[in-house]
Design a binder for this molecule. Structure first.
Ligand SMILES: [Zn+2]
Length: 459
């Protein structure tokens, strides 16, 4: 079978109208096929720029599930002499995806709202096609563009030659669910967990504390924005306030500074890292993009007594970058401090003694710990937890000099560990045995209480 046999006349291209406003950031698209499968993405001379024909590398193509690349609304579900049975999704802000040559009538109808990973139909060979495959496109303001998957470009950009690439699907569904919070008293006793936010769509969270004793919790609501909630120094929770209306955030970090300001950092794939500041009067600044890297996956921040802010960003495949914001508000240039491309999560905490404690998670290896001295020198990372089933880490500090690490273990729950002010680690203790936790925050308050938030996956 040669690729040339897979002719696609395609759909009549709609007139490209001038958008009223510029398209928004690219949604975090995934391959439109089952999680974990490797498919060959190919094109051929005369196909059309950016068009992709997809073939599974194992098993039979015909009948294989075609999944939504991202959440959206079905805008076309029909038959076309060129495209055969096909579906087009709108993802908002000018972005669409197209799926052609389905085996039979699509499984979704115009107007249906779909989540990422929902099945749209089955791979077939209807229309102008001579072998079962999925013809796929991503469109921006009605025009084809290079398809990206999991934050990375596909590499299929032109039809000047026959060529192909291989990609593995990370279309595994987005873990999401409500947020629970638990308090450890200054005496070390744990209270009961309470549901802090019942929204079952939450995909990320972060927490920070300020010298005045307030605690601040941020949550990401996909397709809606970032919401902020304040706990008073006396323990009263305020209502949730939407502070950012971009629906594209995939990670968030928060840190409180000695001067009473609160800093928020948010990751938008294909856009970069955004920063904003809440002043002591409670007013948020506008967002500023401080890093244009399109594939940051994680951000962590720590505050030091000297008023500096220590920022860490994770770029999959590349490692961890570190950046310092001076007490006067000046950013230095990011420096790569760890080139391990396998790192999947980072956490950081600033200590009363001026050190910064950094934790990196390497899947199937465990957690590594590293210290930056008050003078700015990094030590060598030390493996402190060789549990290959850890999926997430968070860390916080208390004014007594203790450091608190929480690891989320696949299928097991959250384990808490303390590093004393003199640097001795205790044995991890299970503090939450919900097997569906997928993310946590850990934050110490001035009264030496510790709050741990957990997001519970209901996907
Ligand atoms: Zn095609």
């Amino acid at each position: 079978m040669t690729a040339l046999l897979i002719a696609t006349i395609g759909l009549a291209v709609p007139a490209i109208t001038t958008p009223v406003e510029a398209a928004g950031p690219r949604p975090f698209f995934q391959l439109p096929v089952a999680c974990g499968e490797t498919w060959r993405l190919s094109t051929y001379v005369g196909h059309d720029d950016y068009d992709i024909d997809m073939f599974p590398t194992e098993g039979t193509a015909s009948g294989r599930p075609i999944l939504a690349s991202y959440a959206g609304t079905v805008v076309s579900s029909s038959y076309d002499s060129g495209g055969g049975y096909y579906v087009k999704l709108s993802h908002g802000d000018g972005w669409q995806t197209l799926y052609l040559h389905m085996l039979e009538s699509p499984m979704v109808s115009v107007g249906d709202v779909v989540a990422i990973g929902d099945q749209l139909g089955k791979v077939g060979s209807t229309g102008s096609s001579s072998a079962p495959h999925l013809h796929y496109e991503q469109l921006r303001d009605g025009a084809k563009v290079e398809s990206w998957f999991n934050g990375e470009p596909s590499g299929i950009t032109h039809d000047d030659a026959n060529y192909s690439v291989y990609r593995t699907s990370h279309n595994c569904g987005t873990p999401h669910g409500p947020l629970w919070n638990r308090v450890r008293s200054s005496a070390g006793s744990w209270g009961v967990s309470s549901e802090l936010d019942g929204n079952r769509a939450l995909t990320g969270t972060a927490a920070a504390s300020l010298p005045n004793g307030t605690m601040h919790v941020l949550v990401i609501v996909p397709n809606s924005g970032i919401y902020h909630r304040v706990r008073s120094a006396t323990g009263t929770w305020g209502s949730s306030v939407r502070i950012d209306t971009s629906g594209y955030f995939t990670d968030v970090a928060a840190v409180g500074m000695p001067d009473g300001t609160l800093h928020m950092f948010g990751v938008i794939p294909d856009s970069g890292l955004w920063h904003r500041v809440r002043n002591t009067a409670g007013t948020w600044s506008s967002s500023t993009k401080i890093d244009t890297s399109p594939i940051i996956s994680d951000v962590a921040a720590a505050s030091l007594p000297d008023g500096t802010l220590q920022l860490f960003t994770l770029v999959p495949g590349w490692g961890v970058w570190h950046r310092v914001r001076s007490a006067a508000g000046a950013w230095n240039t990011p420096i790569r401090i760890d080139d391990n491309g396998s790192i999947s999560d980072v956490a950081a905490a600033g200590m009363p003694d001026g050190t910064t404690q950094l934790f990196t998670l390497v899947p199937r290896w465990g957690v590594w710990h590293r210290v930056r001295s008050a003078a700015g020198a990094w030590n060598t990372p030390t493996g402190i937890d060789p549990n290959g089933n850890i999926t997430a880490v968070s860390a916080g500090s208390l004014s007594d000099g203790t450091l608190h690490l929480n690891t989320t273990v696949y299928g097991s729950g959250v384990w808490h560990r303390i590093r004393s002010a003199t640097g001795a680690w205790n044995t991890p203790t299970g503090i939450d045995f919900n097997a569906r936790i997928f993310a946590t925050y850990t934050i110490g308050l001035p009264d030496k209480s510790l709050h741990v938030g957990v997001l519970v996956n209901t996907a």
